[in-house]
Ligand binder design. Structure first.
Ligand code: 13P
Length: 349
């Protein structure tokens, strides 16, 4: 199957009542792990690359690896997404390269650190939406600001510093016409999200439910959704790592989100933990080894296991064969004709 748009994947997920994991990648082994997990579980999937990943891997390597993935797994609907675009230019260059969807994170200024005003966010997001939709490409916006920092991007601090205001979410969705909306409900990027198992005081599921009630047809996106499992932390620490005690987002909470409009779930840290633990284990147990395949093979397998587990938990497993790809040209036509609705349905308070 050719690369498809996230808009199509998320529309289908909404019909089926499930969520789709969006997994971050920087290299070939991570893409291979995700595709094998997708095949194993028969799942549609979103693979995403941040600005940091594009810099690390270089655009052309990344793009051609993604084309290889689409070629090798024709039965898997696969979208290539830009994670946390910081400006119109970043989104434009991703679209020119061949990404099928982009995130314009206008919640921060182009420095990727300073919170932007609502007006600034609307202006840049609207500009990206106009440019992208004309070319059939999907756009994710963000309202409210996530905590933490990932790949140098983020306001830092707690996920509770700038949670999403439901009224602003409605206004933002109406003014921008985004295909999906990332909201801030207390999560943050990275391993150190919570110092104890999160309860309602730190993870604002009530806010998510309130936003979904107002925007029942808008695809919501949960960032910072790694669960930071204790067993993955333990493997790292058992083999010489020094992770401090920490908690992530429990999968059951994500599943509550999926019942309330969450269609895209971003996961990066859990895979980083799985890879690092597997590599540390080989280094500790077999210090004589020096062939990268000796540690990259178990690392890739460890990531595949986590991804396959998430695909099953998010409900996307079993849905790869539900539909055929809508071409990018037809998506552009759909936006131009108004067939692909971009004005959200807004429910009264
Ligand atoms: P985690 O750090 O929780 O994996 O979040 C990743 C993310 O949200 C990427 O945008």
């Amino acid at each position: 199957m050719p690369l498809v748009t996230t808009r199509q994947l998320l529309d289908e997920a909404a019909k089926g009542g499930y969520g789709v994991g969006a997994f971050n990648v920087n290299d070939m082994e991570q893409i291979q792990a995700i595709m094998e997990a997708a095949k194993e579980t028969n799942s549609p999937v979103i693979i995403q690359a941040s600005r940091g990943a594009r810099k690390f891997a270089q655009d052309n390597y990344l793009y051609h690896l993604m084309l290889a993935a689409a070629e090798l797994y024709p039965e898997i609907p696969l979208a290539m997404h830009l994670d946390h675009g910081n400006s119109f230019e970043t989104c434009e260059s991703a679209i020119k390269l061949g990404f099928t969807s982009v995130m314009m994170d206008g919640s921060l200024k182009p420095d990727g650190k300073t919170p932007a005003t609502f007006e600034e966010n609307v202006e840049v997001t609207r500009k990206v939406v106009d440019y992208a939709h004309e070319r059939g490409i999907s756009v994710e916006g963000e309202i409210g600001v996530l905590g933490g920092i990932e790949d140098g991007h983020g306001a830092g601090g707690s996920g509770l510093d700038h949670v999403t205001d439901p009224d602003q979410a409605v206004e933002f969705a109406e003014l921008t016409g985004v295909d999906s909306l990332a909201i801030a409900i207390g999560t943050s990027h990275g391993a150190y999200k919570f110092t104890k198992k999160p309860d309602g005081s730190v993870l604002k599921m009530d806010l998510l439910i309130a936003i979904h009630k107002r925007l029942p047809n808008t695809h919501l996106v949960m960032h910072g959704s790694s669960s930071v499992p204790k067993d993955l932390q333990d493997i790292i620490n058992q083999y010489g790592g020094k992770l401090k005690e920490t908690w992530g987002v429990p999968v059951e909470e994500i599943q509550v989100g999926i019942k309330n409009g969450v269609r895209k779930i971003n996961v990066d840290t859990d895979n980083r933990l799985a890879i690092t633990g597997a590599i540390r284990k080989v280094f500790a147990e077999s210090p004589e080894k020096f062939d990268p395949r000796d540690y990259l093979t178990p690392a890739r397998a460890a990531m595949q296991k986590v991804v396959a587990q998430r695909m099953t938990q998010f409900g996307q497993a079993g849905h790869a064969g539900d539909y055929t790809a809508i071409s990018i040209a037809d998506m552009a036509q759909g936006y131009a004709s108004g067939a692909l609705v971009t004005k959200p349905l807004v429910a009264a308070k």
